[in-house]
Structure formats: structure tokens, C-alpha cells
Design a binder for this molecule. Structure first.
Ligand SMILES: [Zn+2]
Ligand SMILES: [Zn+2]
Length: 122
């Protein structure tokens, strides 16, 4: 499964007790005895945007801030907004925040209807 940088085959070896806490698996190369480790991954996948209030990934992308719904006042969210992050809206707690991560459920209703074909050359 694992291949060492030297081209030799690495075999999985038994982890020491402290390695079990930190590493998912530990390999040792048969040729050069180089030890390779795989760090444990966090439980929650973080590639998708999640609501900072309720934690759901059922979000929608918005183009404009809805004044009725709550907008995140956190500095991180506001900074992301200034840097051009997408405005995400939680359908459960009606919370709005800016995030660079993708929305898991690609329900981009608003952006699909609008048509983003803006030609500046006019
Ligand atoms: Zn090796
Ligand atoms: Zn929420």
C-alpha cells in the first residue's frame, strides 16, 4: 500500500501506545527502514461550509444580505466577506455568514436564476 521515497515497499508496523493517539497508521520501509506515519484525521469533514450556530451543512448561497435574517458579526466572517467570500445562509436558524468553503447541498437557486453573464465590454 505505502511506498517509501526510496522506492522500497513499506509495511505496516504495530504502533506504540503514544503513536496510537497521534497516528492512524505507521509504516516501515523494508529496504531503508524509514518509518512513515499517517496522522489521524479529524472526525468532521471540513471541506464544506457549516453554520457556526447550529453546525448544519444545509446552507444556501446568497448574493445579497437579507436584512431580516441575522448576519454574523464575527470579525472572521466580516473579513471573509471583504475578501470576496460567498454569503451563506442557514435554512434552520436563518443565520447568514461569509465563508470560502463550498456549500454541501448545491442549492444555488438565486445565483442560477440571475445569470452571471455580465459583459463589461458593452
Ligand atoms: Zn525506503
Ligand atoms: Zn444554522
Amino acid at each position: 500500500m505505502a511506498v517509501c521515497a526510496c522506492g522500497g515497499r513499506s509495511v505496516r508496523i504495530r504502533r506504540r501506545f503514544w503513536q496510537r493517539a497521534v497516528y492512524q497508521s505507521v509504516y516501515r520501509c523494508k529496504a531503508c527502514r524509514q518509518v512513515t506515519t499517517n496522522a489521524k484525521r479529524s472526525q468532521t469533514p471540513s471541506e464544506f461550509s457549516a453554520c457556526p450556530q447550529c453546525g448544519t451543512t444545509q446552507l444556501r448561497v446568497r448574493r445579497k444580505v437579507d436584512r431580516i435574517d441575522t448576519l454574523s458579526t464575527s470579525l472572521v466572517s466580516r473579513l471573509k466577506g471583504l475578501l470576496g467570500a460567498e454569503l451563506h445562509h442557514c435554512e434552520f436558524c436563518r443565520f447568514q455568514f461569509y465563508d470560502f468553503k463550498k456549500v454541501e447541498s448545491a442549492k444555488e437557486n438565486e445565483s442560477q436564476l440571475g445569470g452571471v453573464s455580465q459583459d463589461s465590454r458593452a
